[in-house]
Design a protein around this ligand. Structure first.
Ligand code: SAM
Length: 200
């Protein structure tokens, strides 16, 4: 999907996603000392805003200007400051070594796009900093709930680890994780890929 398609999806006052942070962001980041954080493909800003609430100096980047406007509104409603930027990650190169935390949540793009984006994300991690990538796992297609149904935009932790091979980051955690989802017909389980990596 290009930015115009995402803009159309985000049109309307309702949030497409939730205002609550992703459960894996909370579990993986809560033990880190707040510093400078970069949320790539931030969407409507739920994770950026939560980071700001935890004391991070947070910046959210997405190529949907509609999503970024909703993110600004979410931050204002929650009375926190964050920086927002409309940019296409295929061309966006964040400053190297500038962030203590870089997160990429549910960026479902084909491998040819994903690999350079994750390389740029990794390069933005400062010494001692953390990169956290969470995505719909490839196996979610057959064995999990929801998510994109196009296998070319799904991936596994192993794929992310391969993308980071030359990044200089140390892989701290790389695995498939289960995410319970409440539905009208009861709880279902979505399968996500999670990679947490650290520089130094
Ligand atoms: C499934 S949403 C996830 C949003 C957010 N990370 C979250 O977890 O709530 C995927 C986001 O990726 C953004 N996106 C996809 N391709 C992009 C690109 N090339 N550059 C910037 N943003 C992109 C979309 O606009 C969308 O907001």
């Amino acid at each position: 999907m290009d930015s115009e398609q995402w803009d159309r999806r985000y049109a309307g006052s309702e949030l497409v996603w939730t205002a609550q942070p992703n459960r894996f962001l909370v579990s993986e980041v809560s033990d880190l000392q707040p510093g400078r954080a970069l949320d790539l493909a931030c969407g409507e800003g739920r994770n950026t805003v939560w980071l700001a609430e935890q004391g991070w100096r947070a910046r959210g980047v997405d190529f949907s200007s509609v999503a970024i406007e909703k993110a600004r509104e979410l931050a204002a409603a929650r009375e926190v400051e964050a920086d927002w930027e409309v940019a296409d990650l295929s061309a966006y190169r964040p400053p190297a070594g500038a962030f203590d935390l870089v997160v990429v949540f549910y960026l479902q793009v084909p491998a040819a796009q994903r690999t350079p984006i994750l390389a740029a994300a990794a390069a933005a991690v400062a010494d001692g900093g953390t990169l956290l990538v969470v995505a719909h796992d490839l196996t979610n297609l057959d064995n999990g709930y929801g998510g994109p149904q196009d296998p070319t935009v799904l991936y596994r932790a192993e794929d992310v680890i391969a993308d980071l091979a030359d990044s200089g980051l140390m892989i701290e955690r790389g695995e498939r994780v289960e995410r319970p989802v409440a539905t009208d017909t009861g709880e279902r389980v979505a399968l996500d890929a999670l990679v947490r990596a650290r520089r130094g």
